[in-house]
Design a protein around this ligand. Structure first.
Ligand SMILES: *Cc1c(COP(=O)(O)O)cnc(C)c1O
Length: 375
């Protein structure tokens, strides 16, 4: 029996376990000091150019970022169809309508021409997804946003630890960025997310909205207290992060350079091994990013067979993503490239416990699959 190779998994050590035990014995499990420290450490990681608000999931981060930008009923938010359904649901949660945009087959990022074509009087924001950890034509997005007066919420769930198009740490610059620290992202809190911005109004709003809209409750919580006589004026949510999750995230953050190095090396070895395998590797600069997933494009009709072939050999793969505009809740037309991409994309295993031997086994299996089908 060969060992099962997982698509993705968290890389958790004794440090994270000890940190959780520490919170347990300290006795403050909810939102408190650990969350405050995690936010400060993230701010330092972003070179103190932005402020950070930690929440319970990446989806909550996107929802609150949009709400803080004033997005709501009657508004439209432009978003690439190739993304996790979380992006679409977060937009819909504000009452706004997600407008599915087509993508660029070369990198899986939003197509700027389709985006611009779909802007209307109702457009309020662009959700820019960092597909496969890459920021795409980010400066082009900001140019369009400036021209039409739109906010930009960057779904940076894939890209923590990487650099943007001008070599700055992702999260140190931009309108509003949202990260996810769920179980399989570049760093994990177990579950978690963060809203990042240099706009103090957005940060203030997000801080209140995560605590049911209770104004200025955050500072009390960080001092082990809470507000009893308080004011609420907006719809808020129960989206704050707990000390337990923050403690895990603080230990993970210390390891980000190691994780990034490891993930980049694995991807570079994959690229070497895939040189004579008939799949297309996306046109991304893998040396600037912290790669979260490794999607390749497989000729139509062969993707699902290859997926099954690999699974029979104990190799798990993924599909990032089924286009959202094909889901009944978000049904729309006119994203033909996204549909092609959704049928061809196959994500290969990528995580910090993967070995070069695993990659050799995966890519050799792929070679065998294609040679059987040729003869
Ligand atoms: C993971 C992910 C999210 C949501 O993050 P959660 O923490 O799982 O809620 C949003 N967008 C993308 C692209 C993601 O990969």
């Amino acid at each position: 029996m060969t060992e099962f190779i997982r698509l993705s998994r968290a890389c958790i050590g004794d440090e994270e376990k000890q940190a959780v035990l520490h919170v347990m014995s300290d006795g403050y499990l909810g939102m408190g000091k650990e969350v405050q420290l995690f936010e400060q450490e993230l701010e330092a990681f972003f070179l103190k150019k932005t402020k950070v608000v930690c929440v319970n999931t990446g989806t909550s981060a996107l929802h609150l970022a949009l709400q803080a930008c004033g997005v709501g009923r009657g508004d439209e938010v432009l978003v690439p169809s190739i993304t996790y359904v979380a992006s679409f649901q977060a937009i819909a949660a504000t009452g706004a309508q997600p407008i599915a945009c087509d993508i660029d087959m070369n990198n899986g990022s939003i197509s700027l021409s389709d985006l611009e074509r779909k802007i209307t009087m109702r457009s309020k924001a662009i959700m820019h997804v960092h597909y496969a950890s890459h920021v795409g034509d980010r400066s082009g997005i900001y140019q369009i946003a400036n021209t039409y007066g739109l906010r930009v919420v960057e779904d940076a769930a894939h890209s923590f630890g990487g650099l943007n198009e001008v070599g700055q740490i992702i999260g140190s610059e931009g309108d509003v960025l949202c990260f996810s620290f769920d179980g399989i992202k570049n760093i994990t809190c177990g579950e978690g997310g963060a809203i990042v911005s240099s706009d103090s109004e957005i940060i203030e709003k997000a801080r209140d909205l995560r605590l049911l809209g209770v104004k200025k409750d955050t500072d009390n919580r960080y001092n082990g207290k809470r507000s009893w006589d308080f004011e609420v004026s907006d719809q808020g949510w129960r989206y704050h992060m707990s000390n337990i999750n923050a403690a895990i995230g603080r230990e993970q953050l210390k390891k980000i350079e190691h994780f990034t190095h490891k993930r980049r090396n694995l991807v570079n070895f994959y690229i070497e091994c895939l040189s004579d395998v008939p799949v297309k590797i996306l046109d991304l600069n893998y040396n600037n990013i912290c790669p979260h997933i490794l999607p390749v494009l497989v000729n139509r009709g062969q993707r699902d067979q290859l997926r099954k072939y690999l699974l029979d050999l104990n190799i798990e793969t993924g599909i990032h993503y089924k286009p959202n505009h094909l889901l009944s809740r978000f049904r729309s037309d006119g994203c033909t490239q996204a549909e092609r991409f959704g049928m061809m994309a196959l994500s290969l295993p990528l995580h910090c416990y993967l070995t070069y031997d695993d990659i050799a086994r995966i890519t050799e299996s792929m070679k065998t699959f294609f040679s059987i089908r040729k003869s």
